[in-house]
Design a protein around this ligand. Structure first.
Ligand code: GDP
Ligand code: MN
Length: 401
């Protein structure tokens, strides 16, 4: 699960990471009010930031033609104007795809003077099976590009999870960023806080880009997390009620939300052949075999080990609401489940949804003969496959790819 920048900054602040002061809002009036408060407290510049679960906002363009999802403003009236131009409009960035994302929330924050931009992230390093912190002097830009063109500019520190990040490691990274004097201490405190956020929140990734040297009104330089991205490890979400509440359903694919209501594991893909399968491993191999025979899966859909008639019906409805689906492959192995129960569910679902697309069904396992009989006697024009390969070839042929 992803969360918004303003939420990520709330979490970071709890662990002592310095972030610019700011508040979230959803109307231009509220944006103006927050800005007035910030100016009254001595900020000389305020930033209005579109809150969407995608990066590249600064260089993004709204479908209305308005340029930039991150705007600096000198007056509260300007904040009002910029907020009005962003709210309710669709922002397209490098990461959103051409369809873009609707902006319905803004972060209005103090915009300190930035002297230098760095990059910092914590994630799990699969090679060493340990957390790592990565920093780079090349902040504010596409880190993938830095990794490709000048990998030596990314410095990594492996962390022993049993003891956590050590202060010397944080100072070492601060040194790698070329920091001197008081800034080393300021950076070390911030980096330790970033690691602590990652660890305590069970995050999959915490990314600060840019991490900035900012200049305070007194001329003093400190470090601040100007942008923040946190994604959660969903398997650990159950133990973070406060973070569960940060879920923004408006940012998630509607079909995936509908699927999760029925206990279905559904991920939309780009192809034309929908698959309905029980078990994640079987779902993966079904997608592989569709591809092997020249087709393209339209989704990953695991109805689970004990799929009920209602779940199968819900699954069909979800599949059918995707306009790119041209055919369906049902591949069920009745290990625990009775194939006849599934067959009955398929027949009911096809009748209820008035399915017109080609449907190939492959059943195997427990009580399979009764299941096949139910399908054969249903009067529906479905195609049966004897093996996975047979079924996959039949569905690929039926959709005519
Ligand atoms: P992203 O484009 O979605 O990654 O959004 P960011 O929050 O990283 O903003 C993009 C760029 O806008 C940053 O790299 C900064 O250069 C600039 N920016 C963002 N916030 C501030 C701020 O508070 N002060 C200043 N001076 N610039 C900012
Ligand atoms: Mn950024």
């Amino acid at each position: 699960m992803n969360i918004h920048e303003y939420q990520a900054k709330q979490l970071l602040a709890q662990y002592g990471v310095s972030v610019p002061p700011g508040e979230v809002c959803d109307t231009p009036e509220a944006a103006k009010k927050i800005a007035e408060g910030l100016f009254a407290k001595g900020e000389t510049l305020v930033v209005v930031k579109s809150q969407i679960h995608a990066g590249g906002r600064g260089k993004g363009t709204f479908k209305s033609g308005f340029q930039g999802g991150v705007k600096l403003c000198k007056t509260a009236d300007d904040v009002y104007e910029k907020a009005k131009a962003m709210l309710g409009n669709v922002l397209v960035t490098k990461q959103t795809g051409p369809e873009g994302r609707l902006v319905s929330k803004l972060l209005v924050a103090g915009a300190p003077e930035i002297k230098k931009e760095f990059y910092c992230a914590v994630l799990l390093d699969r090679a060493s099976s340990r957390p790592i912190m990565m920093v780079s002097t090349e902040g504010g830009v596409d880190i993938e590009e830095v990794a490709e063109k000048s990998p030596e500019k990314i410095v990594k520190e492996t962390i022993d999870p049993a003891v956590g990040m050590m202060p010397y490691q944080a100072r070492k990274l601060a040194g790698a960023l070329g920091l001197k004097g008081d800034l080393i201490g300021s950076a070390a405190k911030l980096l330790l806080g970033v690691y602590k956020t990652w660890w305590e929140c069970d995050a999959a990734m915490v990314e600060i880009n840019p991490l900035c040297i900012i200049v305070g009104s007194d001329g003093k330089e400190t470090l601040s997390a100007v942008d923040a991205k946190v994604s959660m490890d969903d398997n650990a979400l159950y133990r973070h009620k406060n973070i569960q509440e940060m879920r923004d359903l408006a940012e998630e694919a509607p079909l995936e939300i509908e699927a999760s209501k029925h206990g279905l594991n559904y991920i939309k893909l780009d192809g034309s052949i929908a698959c309905l399968v029980n078990g994640a491993g079987l779902a993966m191999s079904t997608m592989d075999i569709i591809q092997h025979f020249g087709g393209n899966p339209a989704n990953f859909l695991d109805v689970g080990g004990g799929a009920s008639k209602d779940q199968v019906t819900a699954a069909f409805k979800i599949i059918l609401s995707d306009p790119s689906v041209k055919g369906i492959l049902v591949n069920i192995f009745g290990g625990i489940m009775d194939c006849d129960v599934i067959a009955t569910g398929i027949v009911a679902a096809v009748k209820e949804t008035g399915l017109k697309l080609p449907l190939v069904v492959r059943l195997e396992g427990n009580n399979v003969d009764a299941g096949k009989k139910t399908l054969a006697e249903s009067g529906l024009s479905l195609i049966t496959g004897d093996t996975m390969a047979d079924a996959a070839q039949k569905v690929v042929k039926a959709v005519g790819v």
